[in-house]
Ligand binder design. Structure first.
Ligand code: ADP
Ligand code: ADP
Ligand code: MG
Length: 667
C-alpha cells in the first residue's frame, strides 16, 4: 500500500536541507525546516515553507534531539522526515522512533542500519554473502595478544580501524610491529571518544588504493539496483575532497562485477532506500581486473550524490521519497545501464586552509553568490550566501561545486570554470587548492589514488606569497572602492579628482612584513610605487567587485573585495592583503591634506560640521553607525572642511571618502 507524502520535515541544516527542499518544491511537497538558535536566518529556514526552532547551537541540543524533531513534525503535521546525512541519518533508534510515531522515515530500516553500523560485523555479513572484503581480522577478541598475532598473519603494513568509526576518524596506519601497541591504543581512544565504542579491527593496508563506491537503491518490493560508481580517491585525512562519476578507466566488466557485489550487499540486508557500498581497489597494477574489496556501507544519501544524478539524469532525493511512499524502483538495471551518459566531477569547497594542514576556518562570507549560475552543465549545492557565517558549531563545508561534460575532460574544464566564476571571500577556503588538484597533469590523466594529495604536496600544497603587483592592485582597489558611494552620481574619475589627496601612502601588513604603496595622483591616473618600482595605473571601472584597470599601458581585470581592514584579490590564487586601518583613515601629517573615510559600510547618523568650516585636530565631525555600533569620526588634523556632500541617514560603503580637510593657505 502506497502512502503519499505531502509534507516533509528535514531533520538537518545547510546544503543538504536546501537540496531536499528543492526536490520537494519540484514535486509539490510542502517542507518544514528545523533550526537551532544560530541558524534563524539560514537559507534552509528561508527556503522551507515552515520552520521550527529546536534549541541551542550545539547539535546535541537541537539537531540531534529526537524528541524535539518528532515534536516539530507533529506540530506541523509532517508525514515524513528526511534525515539528510550526518546527524540522525544513520541512527536506528531514531528510525524506530519515527515508525512508532507513525511518521515515514525516508531511509532504510533500523535493522539495515544496525547490520552495517559496525565495520567488523558488516564485513562478516559480506563475507557470508560472498562479497570480497579486505583481508584482515574483525573478530570479537580484542586482546593485544590476538591483535599482535593477527597483524603478523596479515603482514605489515596494516590499518587499524575503530569498528564504529566514520568520517576518517579512528584509523591508524602501522608499518612495523613495534608501532602496533601505541597505534591500537590511539585508535581505541579515538573510537571511544568520538563514537562511544573502543573496539577495533585490523586490515591489510593497501599501498596504492582507489576508493570506488557504488550508489545502490532498494525498494520495499525486494528490488535492488545500482546507479553506477563514483571515484572518491582524492582525499585528505581519509576524507573526500573531489568526487566523480563514472570512475576514470573503469571497464564495463569491472563495473558489472562491482555492481553485482554492491547489489548483493544491499539484498543481503533487505535494503530499502538510498545507500552506498564503498570498495577499496588495489590499483598497484592498474585498474583493469584489479582486486576490489568491500570496505563499508553507508546507509544514507551521500554528500557526493550529485555526480551520480548528473550522469544518470535522475533526482535521487525524488527516488528516496517515492520509495519511502512504497513505490517500486522505476527502472531495472538494463534501463539504467542504457541511459547513463557523460561525466561529472564535484569538489567540496571547505572553509579550511590547505596550506596549513587543512585546518578548519571560520568566518563570515563576504562575497558568495551561488544563485547566479547560467550554465546548465554547472551546479552549486549550498546552504549559505554572502553575509552568512561558517561557525564552529557545524561542518565547515561551504558548498559543493559540480560540473557535467560529455567526457571527463570537458567536465573538468567546466568545473574549473565554475570555480573561477564563483568567487568566495571573507574567510579562508580551499578554493585555490581545488583548482590545482583538478588541473594537475596526473589528475587530468586519471591516475587517481588515495595518496595523491600527499604525493603531489609540493605542487598542490604551496601557495605563492603576495607579489609587489598584488600590493599595487590592493592599493588600486582601495582607491577605487572609496569613490563608490551609495546613490552617488559621480563617475569614478570625477570623484578621484575631487576627493583624493594628491599623495597618499597605504600601508599593508603581511605577516611580519610591512609594505607601503605610495600613491601620487596625476590627472585621472596614479603613479603607485611598491618595493621601489613605480607603475602608472588608472581605474577604468569597478563594478560588482570587478576592477578593470590599465597598468603601464596594459588593460586587465581582477576580482577584488575591499573590506575595511583588508583587500582580497581573487585570480588564479586568492591573496588576502591586510591594511593598516590607521593609515587609511587619513594622513596624520599636519602639512599634507587629510581625508575622513568610512571605516566600514554603515549609515551616517549625524554631521557635526559643514563645507568651509575650520576645524581643529580631534574635533568630532561625523557620527556613523556600523556593525550595530556608533562611531565618531574625528578630524585627523586642523584645517578647512571640503568635499562634504553627505547628509544624515545616507548609507556609505566602507572606504568611502566622507570629506577632506585642507590647509587654509591652499586656496
Ligand atoms: P562521506 O563518506 O559522505 O564523506 P563521512 O563518512 O566522511 O561521509 O561523514 C559522515 C557524513 O556526515 C558526511 O556526509 C558528512 O558530510 C556528514 N557530516 C559530518 N559532520 C556533519 C555536521 N556537523 N553536520 C551535518 N553533516 C555532517
Ligand atoms: P570511514 O567510515 O571513516 O569513511 P572507511 O572504512 O570508509 O572509513 O575508510 C575511509 C578511507 O580510508 C577510505 O576511503 C580509504 O581512503 C582509506 N582506507 C580504508 N581502508 C583502507 C585499507 N585497507 N588500505 C588503505 N586505505 C584504506
Ligand atoms: Mg567511508
Amino acid at each position: 500500500m502506497n502512502k503519499p507524502i505531502r509534507k516533509v520535515l528535514i531533520a538537518n541544516r545547510g546544503e543538504i536541507a536546501c537540496r531536499v527542499i528543492r526536490t520537494c518544491r519540484n514535486q509539490g511537497i510542502k517542507t518544514v525546516a528545523v533550526y537551532s538558535e544560530v541558524d534563524a536566518n539560514a537559507q534552509h529556514v528561508i527556503q522551507a515553507d515552515e520552520a521550527v526552532m529546536i534549541g541551542a547551537a550545539a547539535a546535541s541540543e537541537s539537531y540531534l534531539v529526537h524528541d524535539k524533531i518528532i515534536d516539530a513534525a507533529k506540530r506541523t503535521g509532517a508525514d515524513a522526515i528526511h534525515p539528510g546525512y550526518g546527524f540522525l541519518s544513520e541512527n536506528p533508534e531514531f528510525a524506530e522512533r519515527c515508525e512508532r510515531e507513525g511518521i515515514i522515515f525516508t531511509g532504510p530500516s533500523a535493522a539495515s542500519m544496525r547490520a552495517m553500523a559496525l565495520k567488523g560485523a558488516a564485513k562478516k555479513l559480506m563475507e557470508d554473502a560472498d562479497v570480497p572484503v579486505v583481508p584482515g581480522y574483525h573478530g570479537n577478541d580484542q586482546s593485544l595478544e590476538t591483535m599482535t598475532k593477527e597483524a603478523e598473519r596479515i603482514g605489515y603494513p596494516i590499518l587499524i580501524k575503530a569498528v564504529a568509526g566514520g568520517g576518517g576518524k579512528g584509523m591508524r596506519m602501522v608499518y612495523a610491529a613495534d608501532e602496533l601497541e601505541a597505534a591500537i591504543e590511539a585508535a581505541k581512544r579515538e573510537g571511544q571518544n568520538s563514537f562511544g565504542n573502543a573496539d577495533i579491527l585490523i586490515e591489510k593496508l593497501i599501498q596504492k588504493p582507489r576508493h570506488i563506491e557504488l550508489q545502490v537503491f532498494g525498494d520495499s518490493h525486494g528490488n535492488a539496483v545500482h546507479l553506477f560508481e563514483r571515484d572518491c580517491s582524492l582525499q585528505r585525512r581519509h576524507q573526500k575532497v573531489v568526487e566523480e562519476a563514472p570512475a576514470p578507466g573503469m571497464s564495463d566488466e569491472m563495473r558489472q562485477a562491482m555492481g553485482e557485489a554492491a547489489v548483493k550487499a544491499a539484498k543481503a540486508i533487505n535494503y530499502v532506500g538510498a545507500g552506498t557500498v564503498e570498495f577499496i581497489v588495489d590499483v598497484a597494477n592498474g585498474l583493469d581486473n584489479a582486486p576490489f574489496y568491500f570496505m563499508e556501507m553507508n546507509t544514507r544519501l551521500q554528500v557526493e550524490h550529485p555526480v551520480t544524478e548528473l550522469i544518470t539524469h535522475q533526482d535521487l532525493v525524488d527516488w528516496q521519497i517515492r520509495i519511502a511512499e512504497g513505490h517500486e524502483i522505476p527502472f531495472d538495471q538494463d534501463d539504467i545501464n542504457s541511459f547513463v551518459s557523460g561525466h561529472a566531477v564535484e569538489v567540496r569547497l571547505y572553509a579550511e586552509d590547505p596550506y596549513n594542514n587543512f585546518s578548519p576556518a571560520i568566518g563570515t562570507l563576504s562575497v558568495f553568490d551561488p544563485y547566479a549560475l547560467e550554465n546548465e552543465d554547472q551546479r552549486i549545492d549550498t546552504g549559505v550566501i554572502a553575509g552568512d557565517d561558517v561557525s564552529i558549531h557545524y561542518d565547515p563545508m561551504i558548498a559543493k561545486l559540480i560540473a557535467y561534460g560529455d567526457d571527463r575532460e570537458s567536465a573538468i574544464d567546466n568545473l574549473i570554470s565554475l570555480i573561477n566564476t564563483t568567487p568566495v571571500t571573507g574567510l579562508t577556503t580551499n578554493r585555490d587548492f581545488l583548482i590545482s588538484a583538478l588541473d594537475h597533469d596526473s589528475f587530468r590523466a586519471g591516475d587517481l589514488y588515495t595518496g595523491f594529495i600527499e604525493d603531489f604536496s609540493d605542487t598542490l600544497l604551496s601557495k605563492p606569497a603576495p607579489s609587489s603587483n598584488d600590493y599595487l592592485l590592493a592599493a588600486l582597489s582601495t582607491l577605487a572602492s572609496r569613490s563608490i558611494m551609495t546613490d552617488d552620481p559621480w563617475s569614478i574619475q570625477d570623484s578621484f579628482r575631487v576627493n583624493l589627496p594628491k599623495t597618499e601612502t597605504l600601508t599593508f601588513i603581511d605577516g611580519e612584513d610591512i609594505k607601503t604603496a605610495s600613491i601620487e595622483a596625476v590627472g585621472d591616473a596614479f603613479k603607485i610605487t611598491v618595493d621601489e618600482h613605480t607603475s602608472n595605473v588608472s581605474v577604468l571601472s569597478f563594478e560588482d567587485n570587478l576592477l578593470t584597470f590599465e597598468l603601464d599601458g596594459l588593460r586587465s581585470s581582477i576580482f577584488a573585495d575591499v573590506q575595511n581592514d583588508q583587500v582580497t584579490l581573487v585570480g588564479r590564487y586568492t591573496q588576502t592583503i591586510k591594511r593598516f586601518l590607521a593609515e587609511t583613515a587619513g594622513s596624520d601629517d599636519a602639512d599634507g591634506p587629510g581625508a575622513i573615510t568610512a571605516p566600514m559600510p554603515g549609515k551616517i547618523l549625524e554631521i557635526k560640521t559643514s563645507n568651509g568650516a575650520s576645524v581643529e585636530k580631534g574635533d568630532a565631525l561625523i557620527v556613523m553607525e556600523a556593525m550595530k555600533m556608533e562611531q565618531t569620526l574625528k578630524a585627523p588634523r586642523a584645517g578647512i572642511v571640503e568635499g562634504l556632500n553627505m547628509k544624515a541617514n545616507d548609507q556609505v560603503s566602507d572606504g568611502a571618502i566622507l570629506l577632506t580637510i585642507n590647509d587654509v593657505t591652499e586656496e
